[in-house]
Design a protein around this ligand. Structure first.
Ligand code: AR6
Length: 174
C-alpha cells in the first residue's frame, strides 16, 4: 500500500494528525517560528515534557538531525515530534544529510509510537536559512525513500504560504 502524501498551506498548529513535527532547536526550550507557535498553542505541558527530556536523556541538548516525542498538550494532535534541522552554512557542511535525518528520524519516532498520520513544516527554511529549493529536493528524497512505503498512512507537508508550497511542488515529487 502506498501512503497518501499531501501538501497544504496553513498553520501547522491547527492540523489534526497523530503527530506534528516541530522545527525546534537543540535546547528544546522553545523559540520563534513553528516552535513558538507550537508552544503557544499547545500550552505549558509541552515545555514541561521537553524539560524532562533534557534532564533525563539529552542534558547537552538534542543533536541536529535527531528527534524526540512529547505530548501535544492542547494541540489537535496526539504527539509533537521535536527535531533540530541544520543551520545553513553554505551547503558544504553536511547540511543536506542532516536535513534528511531530521525528516527521517521524526518519521521513525512517529512510527514507533504507532502514529498513522504526521504533519511536517518546512524544517530549517525559516530562521535557519536553508534555501527552500534545495530543501524541497531533500523532501522529495525523503518522500521517495521513506514516506511512500509506510507504515504511516498520511504524510502532510504544511507550508506557511502558497508561494512556499509552490516551490516545494516544483521541486518535490507530488
Ligand atoms: N505553520 C507552518 N509553517 C510555519 C509556521 C506555522 N505556524 N510558522 C513558521 N512556518 P522556522 P527553522 C514556516 O523558523 O528554520 C525557532 O526559533 C516558516 O515560514 O520555524 O528550522 C526554533 O526555536 C519556514 O518556512 O524553523 C529554532 O531556533 C518554516 O516554517 C529555529 O527557529 C520553518 O521556519 C529553527 O529554524
Amino acid at each position: 500500500m502506498s501512503a497518501q502524501i499531501e501538501a497544504l498551506t496553513g498553520d501547522i498548529t491547527k492540523i489534526a494528525v497523530d503527530a506534528v513535527v516541530n522545527a525546534a532547536n537543540r535546547t528544546l526550550m522553545g523559540g520563534g517560528g513553528v516552535d513558538g507557535a507550537i508552544h503557544r498553542a499547545g500550552g505549558p505541558a509541552i515545555l514541561e515534557a521537553c524539560e524532562a527530556i533534557r534532564r533525563e536523556q539529552f542534558p547537552d541538548g538534542l543533536p541536529t538531525g535527531e528527534a524526540v516525542a512529547t505530548t501535544a498538550g492542547n494541540l489537535p494532535a496526539r504527539w509533537v515530534i521535536h527535531t533540530v534541522g541544520p543551520v545553513w552554512h553554505g551547503g558544504g557542511k553536511t547540511e543536506d544529510g542532516l536535513l534528511l535525518n531530521a525528516y527521517a528520524n521524526s518519521y521513525r519516532v512517529a512510527a514507533e509510537l504507532g502514529a498513522k498520520s504526521i504533519a511536517f513544516p518546512a524544517i530549517s527554511t525559516g530562521v535557519y536559512g536553508f534555501p527552500k529549493e534545495r530543501a524541497a529536493g531533500i523532501v522529495g528524497r525523503f518522500i521517495r525513500e521513506t514516506a511512500l512505503s509506510g507504515p504511516l498512512e498520511r504524510v502532510l507537508f504544511v507550508f506557511f504560504s502558497a508561494a512556499d508550497r509552490q516551490v516545494f511542488r516544483d521541486h518535490g515529487v507530488w
